[in-house]
Design a protein around this ligand. Structure first.
Ligand code: SAM
Length: 319
């Protein structure tokens, strides 16, 4: 449409000139100038229209997707970036003073990957030789915590770089990384799996929580922290959960209910409260035995943090 208008406009301006110089050298020059002018105008107009119809995607800044995601690019996975890897190593393994140097900061929000296990697990009813599955395990801290209660823990995450880091931590017990202080200022730190945790009981693999391998088996404990609202189709995981948790077993779920179209198409969001949606889907197979609000803090840099409150739930698989 734009191209057509431009063509008509240029035709109106240049046609009399062309007519005037017909069959002459100047006529030929005018034709060439006209063609060049039209080509450049067409390209510029095309670019302008493209920009208007497909504006640059917004930068995401939410509690669990902290940085610079080119939101419209389906091939990009922010959880594969070095920045997110460093951010999650700090989130999972940072000492309180390394994460939050402010006296008056929200200290109760620290240690989230430890608390999702310790505050949600039903200790008296946990078998001493439980097997556990940690879905969306990221760099693995909750998986190591779960190992204190089980003979074996499998951590699964979609991000290969997170899984590689978690596996390196299981093997070596520590890993170097960098913390962002501000701008390009960084501090070199070391992530360490606490000595008391059984690294030898934990293994990690890359996988998709919406399409888990069929021979995954079933578990006494399934832990999925802040995963649901990062899935394109959370229902696919929710429907698989009854077969992943053994009768009498525990499902430890948390979600900050941060639904974003960049991760989950709007049609796959809960139509209302996430708590009610989960309850209606899980109740046929599980009994709800605990709910709590769980604050957590992700550091972007020394002066900027994301403070969120996840909904924590413990479900027991019906026998
Ligand atoms: C918000 S983080 C939470 C990580 C960790 N559970 C925690 O509480 O710190 C979401 C995690 O889910 C992972 N993830 C996203 N989509 C996934 C999928 N389809 N299958 C498995 N993991 C996925 C991401 O790589 C990331 O590690």
């Amino acid at each position: 449409m734009g191209g057509f208008c431009l063509l008509a406009l240029c035709g109106t301006i240049f046609w009399p000139l062309v007519k005037h110089g017909e069959n002459t050298r100047s006529g030929l020059c005018l034709w060439m100038a006209l063609i060049g002018y039209l080509t450049i105008s067409y390209l510029l107009l095309n670019r302008l229209l493209n920009q208007m119809l497909n504006p640059e995607p917004p930068l995401i800044n939410d509690s669990t997707a902290p940085t610079l995601m080119p939101a419209r690019n389906p091939n990009s996975n922010i959880y594969e970036t070095r920045r997110l890897l460093d951010e999650y190593l700090l989130f999972h393994y940072g000492q309180p003073a390394e994460v939050l140097p402010w006296e008056n900061g929200p200290r109760e929000a620290l240690g989230f990957p430890v608390r999702t296990v310790m505050e949600l697990i039903d200790l008296p009813r946990t078998l001493c030789e439980a097997v556990a599955l940690d879905l969306g395990c990221a760099v693995g801290r909750s998986s190591f915590e779960l190992a204190n209660f089980g003979v074996s823990v499998l951590g699964i995450d979609y991000s290969q770089s997170f899984v590689d880091a978690a596996a390196a931590l299981a093997r070596d017990g520590s890993m170097e990384y960098e913390r962002v202080d501000e701008g390009s200022a960084r501090t070199a730190l070391v992530a360490k799996v606490p000595e008391n945790l059984r690294r030898d009981r934990v293994r990690f693999e890359q996988g998709d929580a919406m399409n888990l391998r069929s021979d995954l088996g079933d578990y006494d404990i399934v832990h999925a922290a802040n995963l649901l609202c990062r899935l394109t189709d959370p229902l696919k995981l929710i429907e698989r959960l009854p077969s992943l948790v053994r009768p009498g077993g525990q499902l430890l779920l948390t979600t900050p209910c941060t639904w974003l179209e960049e991760f989950t198409p709007r049609g796959n969001w809960p139509q209302g409260s996430t708590r009610e949606w989960l309850t209606s889907l899980l109740e046929p197979h599980f009994d709800l035995s605990k709910t709590c609000d769980m604050p957590f803090l992700i550091r972007e840099h020394a002066r900027k943090y994301q403070w969120s409150v996840a909904l924590g739930m413990r479900w027991r698989r019906k026998v």
